[in-house]
Design a protein around this ligand. Structure first.
Ligand code: BV8
Ligand code: ZN
Length: 254
């Protein structure tokens, strides 16, 4: 029993434009906790407590500590077979974009060139007053003191998009263009509950793309997509991309 249909292999082998939206599940097999799974990040903390400006200003030391903890987990992490399969797919198809909600840089580490970061990137941090870039893991004299800017003393925050904050305009506009243009749109490892990212698979559907959801569980996309590949990304994507490469080979040989 195959994990995915022949129609999906064919659609990818013939596609001129492929767009992929990834979420935390794409990094799960790299050992990075997701947000909403049973052992997810939000289990210990709630988004309200941590991923918004009010929480940060209210308790900068806690929020800086949470991001430092996540940065350390990410520094240990390696791209998994799913990340590598997407980098291989980019090289196989004419036009490809990896649109990610993740802030862990693992698509770039796996060699994917066109990565659109909707929610920023945790390896960058900056001063909220003067904008100077800064490291969050800078030494602080006293553990109860937040990390502050050397230049102006402002608080240092991670370069990620918090709830209630706009996504980078160029990123979300590019992502929407890719969703409209895609012949095939893959949603990989996302619960698809956070907007405006969660609109992208629907935009792709509305513009005629073949949409598949790669997720061992059901997500908000599964019911709307043409296909739900019910498997972990690290297992399904390498097999899917191998099948696409073979199909392309066969087509060029015939
Ligand atoms: C904004 C910060 C407006 C970075 C994050 C109603 C309608 C529309 C919008 C809203 C609304 N109500 C509230 C809003 C606004 C809000 C929102 O959408 N809230 C949700 C909760 C309802 N959106 C916002 O606030 C956005 N901004 O709208 O601004 C605005 C307009 C004008 C002027 C000013 C403002 C900002 C959204 C970004 C928030 N930042 N994170 C960080 O700390 O990381 S969101 C957070 O959730 C992460 O970024 C994450 O990427 C995102 C989505 O989660 P997922 O990636 O999907 O992860 P999740 O754990 O949920 O799911 C994992 C999936 O993987 C599961 O399905 C699991 O089954 C699967 N899986 C597990 N293992 C595997 C796997 N899949 C494959 N393989 C495996 N091995
Ligand atoms: Zn500063």
């Amino acid at each position: 029993m195959s994990l995915f249909s022949d129609a999906l292999v064919d659609a990818l082998a013939q596609a001129s434009t492929v767009a992929v939206l990834t979420g935390a599940g794409a990094s799960a097999e790299s050992g990075i906790a997701t947000f909403r799974d049973p052992d997810g990040l939000w289990e210990q903390f709630s988004p309200q407590e941590l991923a918004n400006v009010e929480a940060f200003l209210d308790n900068p030391t806690l929020v800086q500590g949470w991001y430092r903890y996540r940065q350390e987990a990410i520094e240990e992490a390696e791209p998994n077979a799913g990340h590598r399969a997407l980098a291989r797919l980019e090289a196989l198809v004419p036009e490809f974009a990896c649109i990610t909600q993740n802030v862990d840089n693992l698509h770039q580490d796996a060699g994917t060139e066109r990565v659109i970061e909707l929610h920023g990137n945790i390896i960058r941090s900056y001063c909220i007053e003067c904008g100077a870039s800064h490291q969050l893991d800078a030494e602080v004299a006293d553990a109860d003191e937040p990390v502050r800017c050397d230049e102006c003393g402002g608080l240092i925050r991670p370069d990620v998009v918090w709830f209630g904050e706009r996504l980078p305009r160029d990123a979300i506009e590019a992502a929407q263009d890719w969703a409209r243009a895609a012949d095939v749109f893959l949603a990989v490892g996302t619960s698809a509950v956070v907007f405006p990212a969660a609109d992208l698979p629907v935009i792709a559907l509305d513009h005629g793309a073949y949409v598949a959801d790669v997720n061992p569980d059901t997500s908000a996309v599964s019911g709307k997509a043409h296909e739900h590949v019910q498997a972990p990304a690290g297992e399904a994507l390498p097999r899917l991309v191998e099948a696409v490469a073979e199909r392309m080979q066969a087509r060029s040989a015939s």
